[in-house]
Design a binder for this molecule. Sequence first.
Ligand SMILES: CC(C)(COP(=O)(O)OP(=O)(O)OC[C@H]1O[C@@H](n2cnc3c(N)ncnc32)[C@H](O)[C@@H]1OP(=O)(O)O)[C@@H](O)C(=O)NCCC(=O)NCCS
Length: 240
Amino acid sequence: MTRYSRAFFELQWQFAERVAAISGMSREQALLHYTNFYIRFGLGREFDANDAVWRIYIDGLQNASDAVDWTWRFFLTRPSVPPPSLVAAFGCFSYSNAGNDAIRLHFANAESGNYSPLSCERVEERRAELRALFDYVRQTHLPVQRVLGTSWLYNLTAYRRLFPSGYVETARESSARFQNMPLWGQFLDRRGDVRPDMKAILLERVARQTRLHDLAQCFPLRALAVDAPIALFDGFYRAR
Ligand SMILES: CC(C)(COP(=O)(O)OP(=O)(O)OC[C@H]1O[C@@H](n2cnc3c(N)ncnc32)[C@H](O)[C@@H]1OP(=O)(O)O)[C@@H](O)C(=O)NCCC(=O)NCCS
């Protein structure tokens, strides 16, 4: 299971503070709409400002001597919740239903050793996981026609090489995903710590912006959306 460090929450806190400063929106609104906190607290995707658990978090900020500490400790009390409509997991990969004829792929580090899950040494393991996933989909979901994904990971050669080229070539910049891991995941290393280089780029760029509209461009990598026929995967993991 992915670990999330205090620094991951601190970075998003700093981003939300900047959002509030340049937009005039309240800190509460900025935390709800411009961080991954609501999802990390396991509250789903409704982003309901009146959610009872969210209110406990927000109200607790009033009395907190260190707001980031409060946020981090609050997160640690929350149960881990899988993505919505998750169907099955195969090592680092899992998928959810995405409408009648599509599945959506997800990635999270499930390696127990010290290797990067995206390293050359682990490519065959990752492909074996994907082979098992697609075998399972074919056996259990006959109508599935399309495979979708949205992630910053589609920018990386180390990730793209795990898939048929026709699939990753459909990658298009998605709208800014300020509440989601497909954007914020780029700041994590495999241990759940924050990557100092990526953090420095974001904070330096954000400090120079004066318009809310320009904040999406401050992220070193964009979230990319892919959408391709499942037929592209036929035989792909066997032929190698
Ligand atoms: C993916 C993840 C495991 C990579 O962390 P890591 O294993 O510590 O990363 P490494 O530094 O060892 O890099 C592995 C490879 O990915 C590349 N890479 C990883 N993170 C990168 C980043 N933020 N920017 C650029 N390249 C990156 C490295 O260059 C390397 O590629 P190479 O072997 O071709 O040089 C980590 O970022 C993570 O768990 N992120 C959260 C997962 C996520 O975002 N899930 C939601 C997806 S929607």
